[in-house]
Write a protein that binds this ligand. Sequence first.
Ligand SMILES: NC(=O)c1ccc[n+]([C@@H]2O[C@H](COP(=O)([O-])OP(=O)(O)OC[C@H]3O[C@@H](n4cnc5c(N)ncnc54)[C@H](O)[C@@H]3O)[C@@H](O)[C@H]2O)c1
Length: 318
Amino acid sequence: MNVVVTGGAGFIGSHLVDRLQGLFEKIIVLDNLSSGSIENVRHHFGKKYFSLEAIDLKFYKDLDNIFESVESVFHYAANPEVRVSVFDPRLHFEENLLSTFNVLEACRKHDVPYIVFASTSTVYGDARTIPTPEEYFPLEPISVYGGCKLACENLLITYSKLYGIRSLILRYANVIGPRSGHGVIFDFINKLKKDSSVLEILGDGLQKKSYMHVEDAVDATVHLYKNFLTSKKDYEIYNVGNDDWITVKEIADIVVKEMGLHDVKYHFSPATADGRGWLGDVKFMLLDISKLKSTGWMPKMSSEQAVKSVVKYFLNRV
Ligand SMILES: NC(=O)c1ccc[n+]([C@@H]2O[C@H](COP(=O)([O-])OP(=O)(O)OC[C@H]3O[C@@H](n4cnc5c(N)ncnc54)[C@H](O)[C@@H]3O)[C@@H](O)[C@H]2O)c1
């Protein structure tokens, strides 16, 4: 059978494509290359099992025929920039919600039985229970990105109840690793390469979140997908993260140390009175992953190990 990976030329999507190789006859990547890159999937070019369609999910007619004979869709295309969503809500509505609606419509029309959706910890907003379990309520996202992702989740649940498209919804913590072109580590390294005497840190540095290595993230994804195929549920929601968290200041310390720098002055620039990095930034995020662990899966790296490994990777690459 065939699988569609939307956003398969992006950071997480391309790692997923690597992992799905061999599990399906054909992997069809749909990506408009807005933030993804051909380089992320170039190693699959010319292989019988792989095709890349440079299409935009905002336009239904472009994806209509592609979903024929597809067993599963991994829907990972999105605009993942929380900051952007705050000053350009329409962009996020279209890139995240409208695109998801189009993908679901194509699944409905072509009887695709399974969809896996890349959701996010931001659907919880400023959760009052930490670590936050899947059943936490009320879900009050504080960014348009989080609001759109939650609306997407609701659409998926409705399509599973109404049309029998079985949905696996994965709420990821912060995912980091090779091929990522944004995020705090990338930002710190770039700034310190320009000026190694001072580092501007968005927020008060006390923001504390969990960071998952992309290898762990895709490993958990494929594990949960295989599990889901054998279950009878219409839909399932899982937190996907690890067990610990780390502050932004601690990440800065790791970057500075790994770069071999000394006497770097930190300049904190909070965007809000309570020290957030930007409007819509969730300050504290740690997911309760008991449900994920109950399926027999364990993360290999802690947040600190993941951050150190990714910092080393970026520094070696440069
Ligand atoms: N990176 C994280 O920390 C994180 C955490 C939680 C959830 N997620 C979710 O995981 C998914 C992948 O995120 P990522 O970090 O790899 O981001 P990314 O930007 O690297 O990947 C997104 C991909 O989608 C493509 N895309 C965007 N709009 C499209 C459109 N209209 N049509 C076709 N393709 C389009 C982009 O070109 C890109 O290749 C996203 O849904 C994101 O919301 C990411």
